[in-house]
Write a protein that binds this ligand. Structure first.
Ligand SMILES: NC(=O)c1ccc[n+]([C@@H]2O[C@H](COP(=O)([O-])OP(=O)(O)OC[C@H]3O[C@@H](n4cnc5c(N)ncnc54)[C@H](OP(=O)(O)O)[C@@H]3O)[C@@H](O)[C@H]2O)c1
Length: 198
C-alpha cells in the first residue's frame, strides 16, 4: 500500500512509520523539515501536500496540537489555535483527502485519552479530541467508494512521559500505540476509535 503519514517525525509518527515501512510504501510528512511538509493549521498547505503526494491507499495523521492550560487561562486565541490545528486540520485532511484516496482506502486520525478521561488543564484538548471522535464516527457513514475513517485515541505514550521526566511505565510504548494505526490501515473497520493498550 502507498501510505501518507503526517507527523512522521514525532514520537508516535516515527513508530507508525517504522511499523508500516516493512510492508508498505510510506511517505512521511513533517511540519518543519523533509521532502514533504505541511501545516495542519493552514487549509492551503494541506491541499498543496495532497496535490504533491498524489493518490494513496491510506492517509494517517499522527499530528495535531491543542493548548494545555488551566481553563481560566485559556484565551480566545488558545481555543482558536486548538480548533484550527488539531481539530479542523484533521477534519480538512479528510474532506480534501477523499479525492486522493483509491477505492477502499482509509484515513486514520489521532484524538487522545482526554476525550473520555478529563484532567485539569485539558479542557481545550478534551474539546478537540471528543469532537474528532464524533467526526470520525459520522464521516465514516458518508465516506464514498468504500473508504474507511478511524481514529486512534492514545493515552500517555511512555517516551513522552520519559521526556517529561516522569515514569514511562505509566504509559504505553510508542511501538505498541503504532499497532493500532497499523490495524486501522490494514484492517476492515470503519467509524472506530481505537484505544491502544499497553
Ligand atoms: N505523545 C503522547 O503521549 C500523546 C498522547 C495522546 C495523544 N497524542 C496525540 O498524538 C499526536 C502526536 O503526538 P506526538 O507526541 O507524537 O507529537 P510530537 O512528538 O510532538 O510530534 C508532532 C509531529 O507533528 C508535526 N507537527 C507539528 N506541528 C504541526 C503542524 N502545524 N502541522 C502538521 N504537522 C505538525 C511535527 O513535525 P516537526 O517535527 O517538523 O515539528 C511532528 O512530526 C498529537 O495530536 C497528540 O495530541 C499524543
Amino acid at each position: 500500500m502507498r501510505v501518507l503519514v503526517l507527523g512522521a517525525s514525532g514520537t508516535i509518527g516515527r513508530a507508525v512509520v517504522a511499523a508500516l515501512r516493512t510492508e508498505h510504501d510510506v511517505l512521511g510528512v513533517a511540519h518543519r523539515s523533509g521532502q514533504l511538509t505541511v501545516d495542519l493549521g493552514d487549509p492551503h498547505s494541506i491541499r498543496e501536500l495532497l496535490r504533491e503526494a498524489g493518490t494513496m491507499d491510506a492517509i494517517v495523521c499522527a499530528a495535531g496540537a491543542a493548548k494545555f492550560a488551566p481553563l481560566a487561562r485559556l484565551s480566545d486565541r488558545d481555543f482558536e489555535f486548538s480548533l484550527t490545528n488539531k481539530l479542523m486540520g484533521q477534519v480538512n485532511l479528510v474532506r480534501y483527502g477523499f479525492a486522493h484516496l483509491h477505492d477502499g482506502g482509509s484515513f486514520t486520525l489521532t484524538s487522545g485519552l482526554l476525550a473520555r478521561s478529563p484532567m485539569a488543564g485539558g479542557a481545550a484538548i478534551s474539546l478537540v479530541n471528543a469532537a474528532l471522535e464524533g467526526f470520525v464516527r459520522a464521516a465514516a457513514l458518508e465516506a464514498p467508494r468504500g473508504i474507511r475513517v478511524n481514529a486512534v485515541s492514545p493515552g500517555f505514550v511512555s517516551e513522552t512521559l520519559v521526556a517529561m521526566g516522569k515514569d514511562g511505565e505509566a504509559g504505553t510504548p510508542a511501538a505498541t500505540v503504532a499497532r493500532s494505526y497499523v490495524a486501522s490501515v490494514t484492517g476492515t473497520m470503519t467509524g472506530e476509535v481505537l484505544e491502544p493498550r499497553r
